[in-house]
Design a protein around this ligand. Structure first.
Ligand SMILES: [Zn+2]
Length: 357
């Protein structure tokens, strides 16, 4: 009896299984018919069905998610792509809910590096990378020894002349040019340039040839040699620039002078005493980089003498030179903080004993 019952029960179970199998087959057939129709309509409830059907495949997709996000990471210019990849990964997360919270948090940790924005690069200063030579002309005592006026030349000139002095102020040229030079140095450095000074005090003995070599050795991109002019005619005034007529750096110096002079005239309102080409200046001839002798004004003119010794006017001269330098090197000074230039400049004290009578 027991075996018959068992057989009946087995038969019932088999029937049930057959019914279930048939039912499942019917459901699968229905699904096969319905899925293409529903998925054709983007607004239909396709998502849950897709998720149900693709559940076994979600796991590898989710695991591949972080690597997808990492791939566009190194390309800095592909930020939008990174966001898109991240967005896709986030959308797949709900399907992987049954994988547990631990894996979710792990995934979140892995996704964190992707949206990290690169730190903003520091804004470069406008004159960064430039090396500017400043040669404040003369010194407290002239050197009458001779040196060659140019490489390979037999013509000899005095190593350092005495320079001029203010007809009204009696202040010597070498004092004014160092005043202006130190202000120019501070301004250029505040704008990011590297500055090479041939002298920072009056009590030196450096020939014009040596001054040129100091700037050559420092790899200067441009050299400004600061001077004040003098003339017998006291009415003569204005700013003039001298550059070498021929040889190394002559063309570049002319281009730089054409940028410098208008900028200086605009800042100061001084008279245009033009650009002069000459091969008679030792300091210019020995210079490898373009070099400009800046005659900032005439100390033989009482009014201009007063101006040249006035810190306010000196600041205008400096500003003009800075703007000219920036223009020559095609650097934009817009937005440069002018307050940075207002630092104290350590200028050597005036030595009244050396005033020229
Ligand atoms: Zn001079």
């Amino acid at each position: 009896m027991s075996t018959r019952r068992e057989r009946r029960e087995r038969a019932r179970k088999i029937k049930r299984r057959i019914c279930l199998a048939l039912g499942l087959a019917a459901v699968i057939c229905l699904a096969m018919v319905l899925i293409p129709r529903l998925s054709a309509d983007p607004q239909a409830m396709a998502t849950p069905i897709d998720q149900a059907a693709e559940t076994p495949e979600v796991t590898p997709q989710a695991q591949e998610g972080p690597s997808l996000e990492v791939t566009p990471g190194p390309g800095e210019g592909e930020g939008q792509d990174t966001e898109a990849a991240q967005g896709d990964a986030e959308e797949t997360e709900p399907a992987a809910d049954d994988q547990g919270e631990a894996e979710d948090t792990e995934k979140e940790e892995q996704t964190e590096p992707a949206p990290a924005q690169p730190e903003p690069a520091p804004v470069p200063k406008p004159l960064e990378g430039l090396i500017i030579g400043i040669d404040p002309g003369h010194q407290d005592h002239p050197n009458y020894e001779k040196e060659a006026v140019a490489p390979g030349s037999s013509e000899m000139k005095m190593k350092v002349s005495g320079g001029t002095a203010g007809v009204s102020t009696r202040i010597p040229e070498y004092v004014v040019v160092l005043d202006v030079g130190m202000q120019l140095k501070a301004r250029l450095e505040a704008l990011g340039a590297q500055v090479v000074m041939t002298r920072e005090s009056h009590d030196v003995d450096i020939s014009n040839q040596e001054r040129a070599k100091i700037c050559n050795d420092a790899g200067c991109h441009l050299v400004l040699r600061l001077h004040c002019n003098g003339a017998e005619d006291k009415s003569v005034n204005g700013i003039s620039l001298f550059i070498r007529a021929t040889g190394e750096g002559a063309e570049e110096a002319f281009e730089a002078a054409k940028a410098l002079l208008p900028a200086m005239l605009e800042e100061t309102g001084a008279r245009d005493f033009r650009i002069h080409k000459s091969d008679t200046y030792t300091g210019l001839n020995w210079s490898v980089p373009p070099s400009i002798l800046v005659e900032m004004g005439f100390m033989s003119n009482p009014e201009e003498d007063q101006k040249l010794c006035d810190p306010g006017y000196q600041a205008l001269l400096v500003e003009g030179m800075v703007k000219g330098i920036a223009q020559y090197f095609e650097r934009d000074l817009t937005g440069a903080d002018p307050s940075e230039a207002e630092e104290t400049v350590d200028v050597p004290p005036l030595d009244t004993e050396n005033y020229v009578e």
